[in-house]
Write a protein that binds this ligand. Structure first.
Ligand SMILES: CC(C)(COP(=O)(O)OP(=O)(O)OC[C@H]1O[C@@H](n2cnc3c(N)ncnc32)[C@H](O)[C@@H]1OP(=O)(O)O)[C@@H](O)C(=O)NCCC(=O)NCCS
Length: 181
C-alpha cells in the first residue's frame, strides 16, 4: 500500500531568500504563469513572506504575501495581499493551494491587517473565505517590472477575505496605492 507523502510547509521572509531557493521558486512558477515572470520569483515586485510546500525537500507549491496600507473611500487601512499562488501540476487538486492560503490568512490575522486581498478566480478562492468585491480599483499598471500608468478598473477579479471584525464595504472606491498584488 502506498503511503501519502508528507507535505512540509515553510515560511520564509523575503530578505532571507537564498539564490538557490529563488531559482527553485522561479522554476516552479514558470508553468503556472506561462513564463511571464522571466527569471524573477514575482510578477510586479517583491513580497514580504513566501509560503512554500515541499515533498522530500522538493518544492511543489508557492504563495507570496505582502502587507500594504490602502485607501478604501477616505479610510487608510492595512491589508495583506496574496499573489503568485502556484502548485506543481503533478500535485494540483490535493488541497495544497488551500493549505498555503490558510497559512497566509493565519499570518494576516496576527498582523495589523483587517482584510486579505487577491486577484483570482471565485471557483478557487470562494471556498476559502474570499468573496468577490465590486469596488472600483485604482492601481499602477506594471509591465515586465516597470511602472506603467495609473488605472481605475470597475471590471476585475478582486476578492476579499475579512480577517477581523471590520466588514468590507463594496460601495467605496479602493486605491491600492501601487500595483496589484
Ligand atoms: C489554482 C491552484 C493554485 C490551486 O491549487 P490546488 O492545490 O490545485 O487547489 P486545492 O486542491 O487546494 O483546491 C482549492 C479549491 O480550488 C478549486 N480549484 C483548484 N483548481 C481549480 C481550477 N483549475 N479551476 C477551478 N477550481 C479549482 C478546488 O476545487 C478547491 O475548491 P473548494 O475549496 O471549493 O473545494 C493550482 O491549481 C495552480 O497552480 N494552478 C495554475 C496556476 C493558477 O491558476 N494560479 C492561480 C491564479 S488565480
Amino acid at each position: 500500500m502506498n503511503e501519502t507523502p508528507t507535505v512540509e510547509m515553510l515560511r520564509t521572509e523575503e530578505m532571507r531568500l537564498t539564490q538557490t531557493f529563488e531559482s527553485e521558486i522561479a522554476q516552479l512558477l514558470k508553468e503556472p504563469f506561462h513564463g511571464v515572470f522571466g527569471s524573477r520569483t514575482f510578477f510586479q515586485n517583491r513580497h514580504y513572506i513566501r509560503f512554500t510546500a515541499h515533498i522530500d525537500g522538493i518544492l511543489i507549491g508557492h504563495l507570496a504575501l505582502g502587507l500594504r496600507a490602502v485607501t478604501l473611500g477616505d479610510n487608510l487601512l492595512d491589508v495583506i495581499g496574496i499573489a503568485e499562488v502556484g502548485i506543481d501540476m503533478a500535485f494540483r487538486g490535493q488541497g495544497i493551494g488551500r493549505r498555503l492560503v490558510m497559512a497566509a490568512l493565519e499570518e494576516g490575522r496576527q498582523s495589523p491587517a483587517s482584510f486579505a486581498l487577491l486577484f483570482g478566480d471565485t471557483n478557487i478562492y470562494g471556498g476559502m473565505g474570499f468573496a468577490k468585491a465590486s469596488n472600483p480599483v485604482t492601481s499602477t499598471s506594471f509591465e515586465a517590472a516597470r511602472t506603467g500608468k495609473t488605472i481605475t478598473e470597475t471590471e476585475h477579479p478582486l476578492m476579499v477575505c475579512q480577517l477581523g471584525d471590520s466588514v468590507w464595504n463594496n460601495d467605496l472606491p479602493l486605491d491600492l496605492a501601487g500595483f496589484r498584488f
